[in-house]
Design a binder for this molecule. Structure first.
Ligand code: NCD
Ligand code: ZN
Length: 477
């Protein structure tokens, strides 16, 4: 018993999962931080206790890729419904994408989104800003205004954010490199897929598989390789979003081997769905990059296991039922919800493929926190870390039902899938966001932006003597 200190909450009886091991221990929480981890009788007195016997305690997941649509598209999602979905999925931090309306590309739109998120969020968040030709003059102001990183759309996207040319990308990378902020890339090359799509349309194709035909893996692979070259040249840190194919793994692994600060994520859809599902799921499965042929699944899984792919994210991209069920595939909105089902589906897959819970927390929490300079405040169950906990029943069989998801978008390809794990309680900085599968009233507005705790190591800026700044000023020496 620690004399004099009264904890806010002690969680007893659970099994703690770290990236290295699992062990039975209690966790004491005070002022939003983990105060102590140890035997139950070594815990301080507490205002509240939670019995987690039979449950696993994981660091809350950090989903670095969600689209919460706020402001702009409340019929799809808003920051309250999106973060409620996160809480139900054991996710305690989300990074929200900038393709809202307005897009987040200047200080004003960023400040507006901070106000919205600060008022509505049930979990912690980071906000992305667009990296494009329009936002080029605003990069300093955006960093000043508090972004977690930048998002560069190399391919077309919902919200029609123009993709920068390769020349503009180089300049943008040169500007961001010395700031240390990570640039996340939607790596699909527009010029390839535009031509393919035009041909398919001219042939009269409107079926779901035409979407995949328009975006073969070379679309993504060429983009990954090009982004990696620009990253190596400039020293800009980059992150490859939603890796969907085996072919992308080679340029990713090669860049890593060359010392490029490049990270990658994949999403449950690329491990669990395949081209065989288009016929049944039709437009519901339409997403960018597309769900691909089955033979991509094992190499992607293997890359997660061996660390070539660093983490799991979701690309939670909600759209309404009407927007997802249109007949002509080219008119169906791309994407579907996922923030709420990632942990149950991945833990089910972990059990099936015999990976460990430790592997999972490395992919879902530790790596995202490390790659964005949030570790060990986030992404760890250690004394002094933020008390962000996902308390999970890893032995619960249930079936996903779109009608019951928190997300406003009640349509996903996950409907009807069986899972063997379910988050029961989610704690964000010491406060229950979800308890006993119930959203907590006082959780709304508790979420905070994590940009303030972000600390990136000094970047290794390359070829600085050849940057635009050097071109416009006379060379020294
Ligand atoms: C995303 C969306 O809907 O915002 N859709 C998707 O298919 N992934 C945007 C995007 O990344 O293209
Ligand atoms: Zn994307």
């Amino acid at each position: 018993m620690t004399i004099g200190i009264i904890a806010d909450l002690v969680v007893t009886g659970g099994t703690i999962v770290t990236p290295d091991t699992e062990y039975k221990a209690s966790i004491a929480i005070k002022d939003g931080k983990i105060l102590a981890i140890g035997d139950q009788d070594a815990m301080p007195e507490a205002k509240e206790t939670l019995d987690a016997t039979g449950l696993h305690i994981l660091p809350g997941a950090i989903d670095v890729h969600v689209h919460f649509r706020d402001p702009g598209y409340p019929q799809k999602e808003d920051f309250a419904s999106g973060t409620a979905a996160a809480a139900f999925g054991g996710v305690t931090t989300v990074f929200d994408m900038p393709n809202t309306l307005p897009a987040i590309s200047d200080a004003k739109s960023l400040a507006e989104k901070h106000a919205i998120a600060g008022a509505k969020a049930h979990v912690d968040y980071g906000l992305y800003a667009v990296l494009g030709e329009d936002s080029l003059p605003n990069i300093g102001a955006l960093i000043e205004g508090g972004v977690i990183g930048f998002k560069c759309y190399m391919g077309n996207t919902f919200g029609r954010i123009p993709s920068p040319t390769t020349g503009a990308m180089l300049e943008l990378f040169e500007i961001v490199a010395p700031t240390g902020k990570r640039i996340s890339l939607h790596a699909e090359t527009n010029s390839i897929m535009e031509r393919r799509e035009a041909r398919l349309r001219a042939m009269g194709r409107t079926d779901p598989l035409a979407h995949l035909a328009a975006r073969p893996a070379v679309v993504a692979t060429e983009a990954v390789a090009r982004a990696a070259i620009l990253s190596e040249w400039t020293g800009a840190r980059i992150h490859i979003l939603h890796i969907s194919s085996a072919a992308e793994l080679r340029p990713l692994a090669e860049a890593k081997a060359r010392g490029v600060d490049i990270t990658g994520e994949t999403c449950p859809q690329y491990l669990l769905l395949s081209s065989d599902d288009y016929e049944e799921k039709c437009g519901v499965i339409r997403v960018n990059p597309p769900v691909r042929e089955t033979e991509n699944q094992d190499p992607i899984w293997q890359a997660l296991v061996d660390g070539t792919i660093d983490m799991i994210a979701t690309d939670h991209a909600p759209h309404s039922i009407e927007e997802k069920t249109r007949e002509d595939i080219w008119t169906v909105d791309c994407g579907f919800p996922g923030v709420e089902t990632q942990m149950p589906l991945m833990l089910t897959e972990v059990a099936r493929r015999k990976a460990s819970l430790s592997d999972y927390v490395r992919w879902s929490a530790e790596k995202p926190a490390k790659c964005w300079g949030l570790y060990p405040t986030k992404g760890a169950l250690m004394v002094g870390s933020d008390a962000d906990l996902a308390i999970v029943d890893t032995n619960r069989e249930w079936t996903i039902d779109d009608a019951n998801i928190q997300s406003t978008a009640k349509i996903s390809p996950w409907h009807g899938m069986k899972a063997t794990a379910l988050p029961i309680h989610t704690i964000v900085r010491g406060r229950f966001a979800m308890k006993d599968r119930t959203l907590q009233d006082n959780a709304k507005g508790w979420g905070r932006s994590v940009h303030a705790i972000q600390e990136m190591p000094t970047p290794d800026v390359r070829n600085a003597d050849q940057t635009m700044a050097a071109v416009t000023a006379p060379r020294k020496g």
